[in-house]
Design a protein around this ligand. Structure first.
Ligand SMILES: C[S@@+](CC[C@H](N)C(=O)[O-])C[C@H]1O[C@@H](n2cnc3c(N)ncnc32)[C@H](O)[C@@H]1O
Length: 191
């Protein structure tokens, strides 16, 4: 049996820590796959907040839920940049969120120019730390193959490597011999 894919490993780490009733954030909604995954984990009493800058992503996600027959109750899809989460989400959510997922890059099947950007990604990650509860997890799936992707990947790596180890555990999961800039996973655990 092969190793888990990047997405499989991401979901495994999240699944191990998120339970019914939790509050979670999908920082890059895209086509809604991770949003739906999170909604199934937190259930009817949990809350999912999702950010995306593109209306297409929000629409695709509404359709994704409808196709799956899953209710959007307590799912807040926010058409805004994830680096605005501090302004948009209530202070009552600070240190209450068990998981925050980032899946960087562009919307599959969408406009490849509308990509996550180094500055906003790092700002959103900084703000995410304020929302994360103790033992909460942030996952970041990083792509470096598209224009600007390498710069963003390097910025993310530098940022996570500088997180103080007494407060955060940081790991990476990646395939070292795959061709064509495969994605890799960074996970941050708040202690
Ligand atoms: C790789 S896709 C996400 C895929 C998604 N997780 C899924 O399961 O389908 C990246 C998404 O990030 C969005 N994005 C780009 N910049 C953003 C920003 N500043 N804030 C929030 N989302 C952003 C893009 O519009 C795109 O939909």
């Amino acid at each position: 049996m092969g190793f888990l894919s990047i997405l499989g490993q991401t979901h495994k780490l999240i699944q191990e820590r998120v339970k019914q009733g939790d509050i979670v954030i999908d920082a890059t909604v895209g086509n809604g796959n991770d949003t739906l995954f999170l909604k199934k984990l937190v259930g009817d009493n949990g809350v999912v907040c999702g950010f995306d800058v593109q209306i297409t992503a929000i629409e695709n996600t509404v359709k994704r839920f409808s196709d799956a027959g899953i209710s959007l109750e307590h799912v807040h899809l926010i058409k805004n940049s994830h680096d605005k989460m501090l302004e948009v989400l209530p202070p009552s959510m600070h240190e209450k969120v068990s998981a925050i997922m980032f899946n960087l890059g562009y919307l599959p099947g969408g406009d490849h120019k509308k990509i996550t950007q180094q500055e906003t990604t790092i700002r959103a990650l900084q703000h995410s730390l304020l929302f994360l509860e103790k033992d909460g997890i942030i996952t970041i799936v990083v792509y470096s193959g598209h224009p600007g992707g390498k710069k963003e990947a390097d910025a993310v790596l530098t940022w996570v490597q500088n997180l103080p180890q007494q407060y955060y555990q940081v790991l990476s999961y990646q395939f070292l011999n795959q061709k064509n800039n495969p994605p890799f996973l960074i996970a941050i655990l708040k202690r």
